[in-house]
Design a protein. Sequence first.
Length: 271
Amino acid sequence: MLTGMRKSIYRVAGDHDIVINELGDGPAVVFVHGSGPGASGVSNFRQNAQAFANAGFRVLLPDLIGYGASSKPAGIDYTLALFTDTLKEALVAHGIEKAILVGNSLGGGIAIQMALDDPGFVDRLVLMAPGCIEELPVYFAMPGIANMRSSFGSPDFSPADQKTLIENLVFDPVHATEELVAERYEVAKSQPKDVIVRMRTPNLQYRLGELKMPILVFWGSEERFMPLSGATYFLEQCADVRVITFNKVGHWVQVERADEFNRHAVTFLRG
């Protein structure tokens, strides 16, 4: 249960609306969700946000463009710059001058790009199986992404397809609850196919060494979306990084090991 959550909407460049949900007070922690049909800030981080707020942080849960309750334009390429620029503009309008970024999957790639674009804006990074550190063909070959692109690209995308996609995100299917399936399918019905099939992201692997802020990386051993080998890139290139891997965990570390994730991340954020 997320208590005292507040909602704001900001009109950004391109005449798009970005929604930010918020709870708690203290240093700003921005949770950046990943891609996938029905994704949103609240649905991706429901098991984490309250713990961070209780620990004394101001938790921001934005819905990226194309997701949640934010604008979902059709007929465009969903580039990394589109995600980062619209999110940054909304955060600045919300009064955020410096933040900790917590990003999963695409959200991790967005967090990395924002830190590269404006290092002074990002205090620390917490990344869970982040994207944008491989060439697109590598990602498209991963079974979870291949299935997502195929099923969501179909005009007959159904609640059963939604459930299968969520099961692909986790090692234990118990986390694919009927409530979560229904919540995400309701959002997915309003999403254009472009948000997945026309996503365009660069490979930032060779720029990771430019990240000088402290970084905490999580990865699950049963990953079906982002190759586990990506963890090595951070260890080899980043000056201030620590990596935690979990056995029998899939793409959603923050869901399958929520208590451990919350504890490790909060400790890291407290320095």
